[in-house]
Design a protein around this ligand. Sequence first.
Ligand code: ADP
Ligand code: MG
Length: 496
Amino acid sequence: MYEAVIGLEIHAQLKTDTKLFCDSRNDPDERHPNINICPVCMGHPGTLPVVNKKAVEAVVKVGLALGSTIARFSKFDRKNYFYPDLPKGYQISQYDMPLCEGGTVRVGAKDIGITRVHLEEDTGRLVHSASGASLVDFNRAGVPLMELVTEPDIRTAQEAADFAKKLQMIFQYLDVSDANMEKGQMRCEVNISMRKAGEKFGTKVEIKNLNSFGVVKDAIAYEIKRQTALLEQGKELVQETRGWDEHKKATVSQRMKESAHDYRYFPEPDLPMLKIGTHEGLVKDDTIDVDAIRASLPELPDQKLARFQEEFSLSENDASVLVSQKTFAAFYEHAVSELLQWYADESKKEPEGKEREKLAKLAANYLNTDIRRLINETGTPFTEMLVTPENFAELIFYTYQEKISSTVAKAVLDEMFRTGKDPSNIIDEKGLAGKQDAGELEALARAILAANEKAVADYKKGNQNALQFLFGKLMAETKGKADPKSGRELFIKLLG
Ligand code: ADP
Ligand code: MG
């Protein structure tokens, strides 16, 4: 009877060389604490911030990709509060003049509204040691952080997770953030309330520090139950900030919700107003060139998805697996163009229609199933895999030509993945080329049946494993060259 109303606040660390207001390095992989710091990001008296243009450009890029309105003028504000990870006693953020406002992100068939996207500095990191001491690492203090706030348009835990995944993909495609949640490069906060459908919004609760898509879903599911139970008992909800307790698998109250006036926001006096786009009387160097950023936008995930379905006649499912990672999609495109070239070279004509579709589909299948399986089994990052698009295309072409069976193709791919060798070498070395001749195959199958009377008897008693055993012998004898489907059918025929 109650439905959830959810809005997300998502922070992403920008991938710049230096921090937001100084030239200390922005290196999320730095292991030594307090290396990438300087008087500016440590908040020493007398130092002055200078804005990093690349960070502003990255946020504008995101705004353009989401269809936001880009501000003509924007400014920074001080958000004042005390915490040991905040050296200056205030965070430079943006209050009432964010860089971007409006825009949407499509999730399934629904457009989720974007309220704003702004730029702020990250805080340092507290490290709580086993001895009970708390240490501070300021390497992260002053790193550019983008904050994106959504409208309360989300209704379910799944929708929230799908939105966050989609946004992560967009950040990665735009190359503005690696947005790795495990590394804290992307962080989610959930605002959630319950209401009866059609009624006005209820009191919301904010859940902080959700560091994976799974936790976002779990925390929302938990809050839906908790809030619904309270409302059904006729109780009122308190507006508060809660955290996720991974051991209890529950949200726990952290503090009463603070409001904007608690932070005593005021314009940052040490930074000039940002001028964005073309303005009368200003030299280009003074401004952020929106047209140039728009012109530099890459193809985005939705566009790539539509193009892959159209250009390679792939199903939506196959195409979306390929598009889910930018590097994966690039590998596929490269491999398919090599594959089409193989075809053109061998057949002296361009592949068209059904032939072209078959080639593209075959490559998608081997990539989405077999390569992904190898990656998952070995934990090898895709970008460090030894199989090149060229070698992959060659293997797919041999499969297409039926020069090798699908069983052999999988075995060859395994070896390519382990050693980086090219497929023709592996096939030649092991004598795997060619399919078994039908007559030879039948003779071999009959010989196997004659030598394995027990398995034959078992099969006749209804034991399916016996068939698998006999088939295994056949694959071993032919080194996998027999086509699995016809091999199995052959036994069923001979035994029938
Ligand atoms: P606050 O002033 O408490 O920070 P905002 O209006 O800035 O609240 O909204 C913060 C987030 O909470 C946004 O993502 C917004 O969509 C969401 N939100 C606002 N009102 C509600 C509500 N009643 N229930 C759920 N989410 C809400
Ligand atoms: Mg707010």
